[in-house]
Ligand binder design. Structure first.
Ligand SMILES: NC(=O)C[C@H](N)C(=O)O
Length: 331
């Protein structure tokens, strides 16, 4: 078996607790690899690289640029797989981005995290790492996956809740129950996918991400010259307030019109490709917004960031393509 490349980016999986404070290990030790070796021996050869060393709440444009650059420069012929360790707080966002950008990846790439530092009671970091190693050894899967207590499609991971720190899956509940629940079969996954993105990405353009709530005053949102587009995440029926009787600033439709006059498109995620739709949804579409069908808000946000900051395909084509199962398809 060829080596496994382990890319470290920080997060709790690369942290220690000192005096009640969790922070990344400054010298960036490869604790999870050491823990694996002391538990299972030297059956696998690892090549370790520390590409970032940050808590993932500090993740942003430069971190994603670095990850894309590092993964782009991997010679996949040399490795049986790649494991990227990450913090759990922004795991869903990075997963969606890497899943869509590296849709063509021809060896397995598992993005993993840990709830607690390695070695601490109740830590799931070693379990997640060992599971990724096991799946790479099996050689069954190619492409990008998120592995946190279970395997998930990277474009469908929903950030963990703040109470129990449990991740969700957009659409269906499992990846392992392939054909029945996830709508994505092993066969679909193992088909080679055309490579779209080759070049490194410089994230200069911003996406304004607004999550709807009752009595939202759109007057608070001022897209500026860096705003390439707006993503609005609606209620579950894809609705939002369109009523102007209490003031125009409470209606999404008026906000959409205001953005369009500045040449800024407003995308609405999570619409279903089916009729009938609510009158409010019809008004939102008529106002000139662009739908992103049955895609999580996280994946829609990362897809827009990727679409507007890459230069290899027109934005409209990127947005119109299902890059890596981000759109949940209903039969
Ligand atoms: N469990 C974790 O990794 C949480 C940490 N704050 C991070 O996202 O880096």
């Amino acid at each position: 078996m060829k080596k496994i490349l382990v890319l470290f980016t920080g997060g709790t999986i690369g942290s220690i607790t000192t005096d009640g404070i969790i922070d990344v290990e400054r010298e960036g030790k490869y604790a999870v690899v050491e823990a694996y070796k002391s538990a299972y021996g030297d059956d696998v050869e690892f090549e370790c690289r520390q590409i970032l060393n940050i808590l993932s709440e500090n993740m942003g444009f430069s971190g994603w640029e670095k990850m894309i650059h590092e993964i782009n420069s991997i010679d996949t012929a040399l490795y049986s797989g790649v494991i990227l360790t990450h913090g759990s707080d922004t795991l869903a966002y990075t997963s969606a981005l890497l899943g869509m950008y590296f849709r063509h990846f021809d060896i397995p790439l598992f993005i993993i995290a840990s709830n607690k530092p390695i070695g601490e009671k109740g830590s799931n970091g070693l379990f997640n790492f060992t599971s990724a190693v096991g799946l790479i050894k099996e050689g069954k899967y190619k492409g990008v996956f998120t592995l946190y207590e279970r395997v998930m499609l990277p474009t469908r991971v929903i950030p963990a809740d703040t109470c129990r720190d449990r991740f969700g899956v957009y659409g269906y509940d499992g990846f392992n129950d392939f054909s029945v629940f996830s709508g994505v079969s092993e066969n679909m996954l193992s088909r080679p996918r055309e490579r779209i993105f080759h070049n490194d990405v410089k994230f200069g353009k911003r996406i304004l991400f607004i999550e709807g709530y009752p009595a939202m005053d759109f007057g608070c949102f001022m897209p500026n010259e860096d705003t390439a587009a707006v993503l609005y995440s609606p209620y579950h029926s894809a609705t939002a307030c369109t009523d102007v009787s209490k003031g125009k600033s409470y209606a999404l439709t008026e906000f959409i019109k205001r953005c369009i006059t500045k040449n800024i498109m407003v995308y609405i995620c999570g619409l279903k490709r089916k009729v009938p739709i609510y009158s409010t949804v019809a008004e939102i579409i008529k106002a000139g917004s662009i739908p992103i069908y049955t895609t999580s808000a996280v994946a829609a946000y990362m897809k827009l960031l990727l679409a507007y900051n890459q230069e290899e395909m027109p934005v409209k084509e990127v947005m119109g393509k299902d890059l890596f199962f981000e759109e949940v398809k209903f039969s």
